[in-house]
Ligand binder design. Structure first.
Ligand SMILES: Cc1cc2nc3c(=O)[nH]c(=O)nc-3n(C[C@H](O)[C@H](O)[C@H](O)COP(=O)(O)OP(=O)(O)OC[C@H]3O[C@@H](n4cnc5c(N)ncnc54)[C@H](O)[C@@H]3O)c2cc1C
Length: 290
């Protein structure tokens, strides 16, 4: 199918992009185009104007700023992955990104575009929740910063909003992390997965803080609060891990589809939560400061 008719704009700077977005009744931002172009062709997206941000200078950076990893709106996934791999504080992000698509996808797609797509079944939904990602937005309401988790939870943005940057905080040295997923590319997608971080108190035995976020169809991308509550202040023994698994199963909201039932996904998130917490604990314990 051919896309419905739309005007195409390739602004030369940010101000012009914001003008074009504000001046259109139903605009769409085009970054890498991996999601938007198929949506246009299937007529799932029918914008009146497509604003291509690829020519705007100064948005293709991926760097560290005050310890956080920041990526501009046109920074490609592979740029961000290389940076994350070079800095231990972003090992969780790197582990998750290595499972995203193919090398070709990562060369074309942007991290900001993936987050703006806001699909809670994708890896970055969980990573953004665990690493407290913040997106900087420009638009009719001026400049504002928003937790990326709220995008995955379905927050609607005012018409004409452009995301210019995402920032993710580093893991502290005392924090252990893990990323676990199930599913094969061959079957057309992930069944689900989790990202986790965990730290111990001064005694090195009792959990001080644990955050687990699932990425799975039907969940809203937010961390599973009851899992953190089931662990806080307790030693990480088999009983605690079993309680965390049960809490994850009960707290995750998921749906069934042609790949698996909702019950299977709930079970999967529970099992992956237990395994991820054990792995994160192993990493936290290897840190001599614990
Ligand atoms: C074969 C294949 C496999 C894939 N596997 C995975 C995978 O395993 N995991 C995964 O997470 N993704 C996967 N993807 C998807 C891909 O990683 C991202 O969805 C894609 O890169 C999104 O980035 P983009 O720059 O192409 O966004 P685009 O397609 O350009 O935009 C995506 C959406 O976000 C909006 N948008 C983009 N940038 C902005 C902005 N700056 N401000 C406001 N709105 C904006 C667009 O209007 C559009 O609605 C896969 C894609 C393909 C083709």
């Amino acid at each position: 199918m051919h896309p419905a008719r739309f005007a195409y704009a390739r602004p030369a700077d940010l101000a012009e992009a914001l003008d074009r977005l504000a001046g259109s009744a139903a605009p769409a931002v085009l970054a890498g185009g991996l999601d938007l172009v198929p949506a246009l062709r299937a007529r799932k997206a029918r914008p009146d104007t497509v604003v291509d941000i690829s020519a705007i200078p100064g948005l293709d950076y991926a760097s560290l700023r005050d310890g956080s990893l920041v990526a501009g709106a046109t920074a490609r996934q592979d740029q961000v992955l290389r940076l994350a791999e070079a800095h231990p504080g972003f090992a969780l992000l790197a582990a998750a990104m290595r499972t995203m698509g193919t090398a070709q996808v990562r060369r074309t797609g942007t991290v900001v575009g993936t987050v703006m797509q806001a699909d809670p079944a994708l890896q970055l939904a969980a990573v953004c929740g665990v690493l407290d990602a913040i997106v900087e937005l420009r638009g009719p309401e001026g400049t504002r910063r928003l937790a990326a988790a709220s995008l995955f939870a379905g927050t609607r943005l005012p018409h004409g909003t452009l995301a210019v940057e995402i920032a993710l905080r580093p893991m502290a040295e005392r924090e252990g992390w893990a990323f676990a997923r199930a599913g094969l590319r061959e079957i057309g997608g992930h069944l689900g997965g989790v990202a986790a971080r965990l730290s111990f108190g001064a005694d090195g035995r009792h959990v001080a803080d644990a955050v687990v976020a699932p990425f799975v169809a039907g969940h809203d991308g937010s961390p599973l609060g009851p899992v953190g509550a089931a662990l806080a202040g307790r030693p990480l023994d088999p009983d605690t891990l079993r309680d965390a698994e049960a809490a994850a199963r009960a707290a995750v909201r998921t749906t069934g589809d042609n790949l698996s039932s909702a019950d299977y996904r709930r079970h999967l998130v529970g099992v992956l939560t237990r395994r991820a917490l054990a792995e994160a604990a192993g990493r936290a314990r290897r840190n001599p400061d614990v």
